[in-house]
Design a protein around this ligand. Structure first.
Ligand SMILES: Cc1cc2nc3c(=O)[nH]c(=O)nc-3n(C[C@H](O)[C@H](O)[C@H](O)COP(=O)(O)OP(=O)(O)OC[C@H]3O[C@@H](n4cnc5c(N)ncnc54)[C@H](O)[C@@H]3O)c2cc1C
Length: 401
């Protein structure tokens, strides 16, 4: 029987409808494919991507004027993300991955650029896309990236030439378009970082072999190589030097969504372990009657609620137009660490069977680990929260608390 988070939100009919759609899609289409997609190692389930796109689940978050579903409030996005990731976090993250490409365009792009690059994401057969920041030598320190963008030519022929290497890029083997972050001057640090949209078939752009990885295999990662890649000035997002600050703003949104994915995974692990503990009999009673197991499940329920509530709180502040850098970091930190703890607890609750690939919990434990790493590691989230404490308006410092 699934764990119900008691609803403290007054949701509209439209919100309830998309939640119901997501819940059904997660149960009927996503969960049954979770093991097979994990076993495939380095192949995304493109048929599921197409099915989700057909019913609008891949583009519901894109503004209506560009052809999307127009559900741009963060709260609904959080609730949908939770439901999809309750089906399976790896597949859920794949289905909403257009958001990672769209966010910097929405943040930095002109209206013409938004039309040009967001509309294709909203059709029945949208392309997969990617966001390329990380490099082999620069991960947490995104302001230090070394991919160079050199402006050259004059008049109509004015363009940038990009050279560098990107690592760990999600969707890279399939992506038709990339938002690439490069520096126009490495000596400027964050102030040199500039964003570009680069088409897959641009001469000089090549993608490495799919990387074999621990979990979250529904999304395939690869390196991206840029060798004298020519990018028109019209394909730059924002001004030179605006890229890093735009990226940091998009992190406020994307970290809340990662927190939501984790809340969905927390609940999936709890439901799975509770069902098992009710059925599995040892020493003549269902193991849920053994206090050690029951208390472990109780802790899982508390962590599930906490992950959900932190994500919802950050989403509501975001929707009020407030700066949520610290709250988004807190939500991602709590969500990812709770997902790790809950999936570990689910494996423990299933005993030896938890360690078997007959059941999904070992896979989810591997999947959970990524969320403590991507979009800023847990150390980086703590850094963000700690920095906010030094400010007068940091969490816990406000007059209304
Ligand atoms: C599956 C997967 C998918 C990804 N998808 C993408 C993608 O689509 N696009 C993209 O651009 N990137 C992507 N990434 C990259 C990801 O964002 C980075 O891996 C992450 O930011 C960490 O960078 P790093 O791996 O270089 O680790 P490092 O930055 O080298 O960190 C190593 C360790 O040092 C710690 N550390 C570093 N700096 C500090 C500090 N200042 N204070 C305290 N501790 C610190 C870290 O917490 C970590 O424990 C992906 C990564 C993975 C694994």
């Amino acid at each position: 029987m699934p764990f119900e988070i008691r609803d403290v939100l007054e949701l509209s009919t439209e919100q309830r409808q998309i939640l119901q759609l997501s819940r059904e899609f997660a149960a009927k289409e996503i969960r049954p494919r979770a093991r097979e997609v994990d076993d495939a190692q380095t192949e995304s389930p493109l048929d599921l991507w197409a099915k989700a796109a057909e019913i609008g689940l891949a583009s519901f978050m894109i503004p209506a004027q560009y052809g999307g579903g127009g559900i741009t409030d963060m709260l609904t996005q959080v609730l949908v993300q939770e439901e999809l990731c309750h089906g399976d976090i790896a597949i859920g993250n794949l289905l909403t991955s257009s958001g990672f490409f769209a966010d910097p365009i929405l943040e930095l792009g002109t209206d013409e650029q938004k039309q040009r690059w967001l509309s294709p994401l909203c059709g029945d057969t949208p392309p997969l896309t990617a966001l390329a920041v990380t490099e082999p030598g620069h991960g947490s320190d995104a302001a230090g990236i070394r991919t160079r963008a050199v402006r050259t030519g004059t008049g109509a022929d004015e363009h940038y030439v990009l050279n560098g290497q990107k690592a760990w890029i999600s969707n890279a083997p399939y992506a038709q378009r990339f938002v690439v972050f490069a520096t126009v001057d490495p000596s400027l640090g964050a102030k040199g970082v500039t964003a570009f949209v680069v088409e897959r078939d641009t001469p000089g752009l090549t993608v490495g072999k799919p990387m074999r990885k621990m979990g979250q295999r529904a999304i395939v990662n690869a390196e991206v190589f840029l060798e004298d890649v020519r990018v028109p000035v019209a394909d730059r997002l924002g001004d030179e030097g605006q890229g890093f600050f735009g990226l940091m703003r998009t992190f406020d949104a994307s970290r809340i969504l990662i927190a939501a994915s984790c809340a969905g995974l927390c609940r999936a692990a709890l439901d799975y372990a509770t069902d098992y503990a009710r059925d599995r009999v040892q020493f003549g009673v269902p193991i849920i009657k053994h206090q050690a197991v029951a208390f472990r499940l109780a802790d899982m329920a508390v962590r599930t609620d906490a992950a959900h509530l932190f994500a919802v709180r950050a989403a509501r502040l975001f929707d009020r137009g407030e700066r949520v850098t610290a709250e988004a970091a807190m939500a991602k930190l709590v969500g990812s660490e709770n997902a790790m703890a809950n999936t570990w607890s689910a494996v423990q609750t299933l005993g030896g069977w938890g360690y078997s690939q007959e059941y999904l919990v070992e896979k989810w434990m591997r999947d959970a680990k990524l969320e403590e790493i991507e979009e800023g590691t847990s150390d980086i989230q703590r850094l963000v929260v700690s920095r906010s404490l030094a400010k007068a308006d940091g969490p816990g410092q406000r007059a209304d608390r």
